[in-house]
Write a protein that binds this ligand. Structure first.
Ligand code: G3H
Ligand code: ZN
Length: 283
């Protein structure tokens, strides 16, 4: 069933686990995420990067919403990393559960102003808002942020940013990177702990692909309630197609199963398996 993002995040926060938010680009990605979540009795987020939205348009949103409505588990649909008021308004109009107002490329005051305005728009339509304080480095869908341009989240600013914008979830930068990690991933857990101490809304970690399980588990312990995953899914998809031969549907199904394996492993790692309201142990 289509679920409000904020309810799934709040349940994760209360339950001490995290949701997987998986970037999808087509039917195969949507099928893989929903199938893995249903197999695991897990809530999940389907999320659409702006470049995927450029590619798939409102039909891609409609595909995600239809899959969510027909799913046997709670599924939210989220617009990821949007810097565009028009794209955010279009996605809200199409019925997404939540949006990421990404003002992280702006200076602090401009980020607050943009995010607060997008939050007003989203809340008017019953959708939730995630925003980023700091600036994650790395590459996603052709958008690269150099390490020199990256900024860690400042715990001293975090409480003011959440209060000034009214957001429902805060994406933090603690050493996480979009795409492949240039070296051994290192996350600043002292910084995460300091942010957690002053921010009440659920915390989000981007750049989950390539993070060792131990770092993910520590991040869950310190309050991360949503992990964004894209690169590992894309690699599974492209890898399955690369070996492709034979019937088209056999090829597509192999791609779905390859992505499904990634989603299944992440759901287990994040702890959201068997976390449904109907599960007796959760009542
Ligand atoms: O917003 C999407 C995620 O941050 C993707 O990060 O490709 O490193 O998993 P990732
Ligand atoms: Zn991201």
């Amino acid at each position: 069933m289509l679920a409000p993002t904020v309810e799934l995040l709040r349940a994760a926060q209360a339950g001490g686990y995290a949701l997987g938010a998986f970037n999808v680009y087509n039917l195969e990605g949507v099928k893989a995420v929903v199938a893995a979540a249903q197999d695991a009795d897990s809530p999940v987020l389907l999320q659409i990067h702006p470049k995927a939205l450029d590619y798939g348009g409102t039909p891609l949103i409609a595909l995600c919403l239809a899959a969510a409505v027909n799913a046997s588990v709670p599924v939210a649909v989220h617009l990821d990393h949007s810097t565009s008021r028009d794209a955010i308004q279009a996605a809200l109009g199409a019925g997404v559960s939540s949006i990421m107002a990404d003002g992280s490329h702006l200076d602090y005051n401009a980020n607050v102003a943009f995010t607060a305005e997008m939050t007003r728009l989203a809340h008017e339509q019953g959708a939730a808002v995630e925003a980023e304080l700091g600036k994650i480095s790395g590459t996603e869908d052709g958008l690269t942020v150099a390490e020199t341009a990256a900024r860690m989240t400042d715990p001293a600013q975090a409480a003011d940013f959440v209060a000034a914008t009214g957001i429902d979830a805060l994406a933090v930068c603690i050493g996480n990177v979009h795409g492949p990690y240039p070296g051994e991933p290192r996350l600043d857990f002292d910084r995460l702990d300091a942010i957690r101490a002053v921010v009440e809304v659920p915390l989000v970690l981007h750049g989950t692909s390539g993070l060792p399980d131990a770092l993910v588990q520590r991040a869950v312990e310190l309050g991360v309630c949503k992990f964004n995953v894209n690169t590992e899914l894309r690699q599974a998809y492209v890898g399955a197609l690369g070996a492709a031969a034979g019937d088209l549907l056999d090829i597509l199904n192999r791609a779905v199963h390859a992505m499904q394996d990634v989603v299944r492993a992440k759901i287990t790692l994040f702890g959201s398996a068997r976390k449904l309201p109907t599960n007796p142990k959760n009542v």
